[in-house]
Design a protein. Structure first.
Length: 356
C-alpha cells in the first residue's frame, strides 16, 4: 500500500489527509509536533468560505461576519469604510475545536495521527511515496533545503476578555492600517465579551509595544487571557514541490498579504495536493493552486502595494467605490468596479505594474 506522510496536524495537513483517505486506500500518517491537535493556536480564527470551501460546522462558529470595517489612520484621525458581503461567507471560528473535529474525522477514516512527534523531511521522503509539508512558515522543508521566504510579516495576538458587544452584535470585524509601518491590525469578536486583537507587520518593531499602543488607541480594555504569535508569509514561493514533497498553506507562502487570511488557502491547497497525489502527477501542483486562489492573492498584494506606495490613495480610494468582499476575489472584479472612476483605475493599474 502506498504510504503518504504529512508534516503538521493543522487545517492544511488534516484536509490533505481526509481528501486522500476518502478517495483511495492510501496509508496516511500525520506527524504533529505538539502534544494535542489544535494547540498551540497561531491564528486569528477567521474562516472565509471562498471558492470550493463549505460552511464550517455550526458548533465551531463563534460569530458570523457580515461586514468588515477598513480603518485607516492619518495624523491621529480615524477614517472608517465598511466593506459588506453579498452573501454569508465569513465566520470567526473556534480553531482548536475545528481542527479537533477534522482530526476525529481523519482517525475514523484510518489516518494514523502521531502527536508530540517531530519529523524531518529527510526521514520521511525515504519511506514515503509522497510527503506533504503543512508545517507552516518557516517550513521543515525550507530548513532542510535552505530556501527563503520573501515578505514575511511577524504577528502577535492577544485574546482579550472585555466589552466587544459593538462588534459581535454588529457582526463585523476591523482591519486597521497605519502609515508608519507595512502591515495591519485586527479586531475579531468571538463573543460579546471576548475577541482576538492582533497586529502583523514586516519591520522589526516591538510588537508587544505596538499592540499595547493599538489597544489604547482603540480604547480596548480587559484581561489578556492568551498571547500567541507567529509568521505570516505574504508572497507565494516560486516552487511548491521539492523532489516528492508538496508544500501546502503557509509552508507554500499562501497567506493573503492584505488581510492575513490563510486558513482557507491552507485547506484548498491541501485538497489540491491530495488530488495531484491521487493522479500520481505533482508537476502541475503549483499551477493548479494558483489557478484557484492566485487572483485573490494578487489583489491582496496589489492592495498592500497601494498602501505602501500610495497611502493617501489607499485611504481615499474606497470612498469612491461601493466595495464588497467579492471585489477582492479577483483583479477582474476590482478593475470592473473602478470603471466609473477612471482616475482611480489608472493609478491602481500603475501600482499593479509593480505587483508581482
Amino acid at each position: 500500500m502506498m504510504h503518504i506522510s504529512i508534516i503538521g496536524g493543522s487545517v492544511g495537513g488534516l484536509s490533505s489527509a481526509i481528501a486522500l483517505k476518502e478517495n483511495d486506500g492510501y496509508d496516511v500518517t500525520i506527524y504533529e509536533t505538539h502534544e494535542e491537535i489544535g494547540h498551540l493556536l497561531q491564528c486569528a480564527e477567521g474562516y472565509l468560505a471562498t471558492y470550493e470551501l463549505e460552511v464550517p460546522p455550526r458548533n465551531v462558529i463563534d460569530c458570523t461576519i457580515h461586514s468588515c470595517i477598513v480603518r485607516t489612520w492619518q495624523n491621529g484621525v480615524r477614517k472608517d469604510r465598511t466593506i459588506s458581503s453579498e452573501k454569508e461567507r465569513t465566520w470567526i471560528i473556534d480553531r482548536p475545536k475545528y481542527e479537533q473535529l477534522l482530526a476525529n474525522r481523519c482517525e475514523k477514516l484510518g489516518v494514523d495521527i502521531q502527536t508530540a512527534r517531530r519529523a524531518t523531511v529527510r526521514e520521511l521522503k525515504r519511506k514515503s511515496e509522497y510527503v506533504i509539508d503543512a508545517s507552516g512558515c518557516y517550513s521543515q522543508t525550507s530548513k532542510e533545503y535552505g530556501f527563503r521566504y520573501e515578505d514575511v510579516s511577524r504577528a502577535l495576538q492577544y485574546t482579550i476578555e472585555g466589552d466587544f458587544s459593538e462588534y459581535y452584535e454588529g457582526k463585523t470585524i476591523v482591519m486597521g492600517y497605519e502609515p508608519h509601518y507595512i502591515g495591519f491590525y485586527w479586531i475579531f469578536p468571538k463573543s460579546p465579551k471576548k475577541a482576538n486583537v492582533g497586529i502583523g507587520r514586516v519591520d522589526s518593531g516591538d510588537l508587544h509595544a505596538e499592540l499595547k499602543r493599538i489597544l489604547e488607541m482603540e480604547n480596548i480594555e480587559g484581561d489578556i487571557i492568551n498571547k500567541t504569535g507567529g509568521n505570516i508569509p505574504c508572497k507565494p514561493l516560486k516552487r511548491f514541490t521539492y523532489d516528492n514533497i508538496l508544500l501546502v498553506g503557509d509552508a507554500a507562502g499562501l497567506a493573503n498579504s492584505f488581510t492575513g487570511e490563510g486558513t482557507n488557502n491552507a485547506i484548498i491547497s491541501g485538497r489540491i495536493a491530495a488530488r495531484c497525489i491521487l493522479k500520481h502527477s505533482i508537476d502541475g501542483y503549483r499551477d493548479m493552486v494558483m489557478a484557484k486562489i492566485g487572483g485573490r492573492l494578487y489583489v491582496g498584494r496589489l492592495m498592500r502595494n497601494i498602501m505602501k506606495n500610495q497611502y493617501q490613495m489607499f485611504c481615499d480610494g474606497p470612498e469612491k467605490l461601493d466595495i464588497s468582499f467579492e471585489m477582492l476575489d479577483s483583479p477582474y472584479r476590482l478593475y470592473r468596479a473602478m470603471l466609473t472612476r477612471p482616475g482611480l483605475l489608472i493609478r491602481t493599474i500603475m501600482v499593479s505594474l509593480r505587483t508581482i
